[in-house]
Design a protein around this ligand. Structure first.
Ligand code: FES
Length: 145
């Protein structure tokens, strides 16, 4: 059901933890399944993400996608980090079962929320970044979990 990469990132997640005095922190949840993810970004003065850590209180797919998402955003500029969509994370993990696709949205939204927090603190805008939802199930179609 799960790819080897998903199992690997679930059993051995990368970048778990917090960053003290992070440049940006974002927390998102999904009220339907009750899962929560928090993402911390450490961003240089040049706008490069030099470190990224996460904490996830959630299902295995949420852990695996947040782990992969942190790997993908590290070393990217804040602008480039917007290319780390849930699709990109899923591709990097060799796919997720259809009922678990929504879990990867938590990772994307948590990155966006952390970037939004960073932009607010810096008083800048990041092109293409929309204000993230704190609950990604808002306005979603009914889904079976
Ligand atoms: Fe809620 Fe996976 S994130 S079931």
């Amino acid at each position: 059901m799960y790819s080897e990469k998903v199992m690997d990132h679930f059993s051995n997640p990368r970048n778990v933890g917090e960053i003290q005095d992070a440049s940006g922190v974002g927390t998102v949840g999904n009220a339907k399944c009750g899962d929560i993810m928090r993402m911390y970004l450490d961003i240089t003065d040049d706008g490069v993400i030099q470190d990224c850590k996460f904490k996830t209180f959630g299902c295995g797919a949420a852990v695996a996608t947040s782990s992969m998402a942190t790997e993908l955003v590290k070393g990217k500029t804040v602008q480039e980090a917007l290319t780390v969509t849930n699709q990109a994370v899923m591709e990097a993990l060799d796919g997720l079962p259809p009922v678990k696709v929504h879990c990867s949205l938590l990772a994307e939204e948590a990155i966006h929320a952390a970037l939004w927090d960073y932009a607010e603190k810096q008083g800048i805008t990041i092109d293409g970044l929309k204000k993230p939802k704190s609950d990604i199930s808002e306005g979603e179609e009914e889904e079976d979990y």
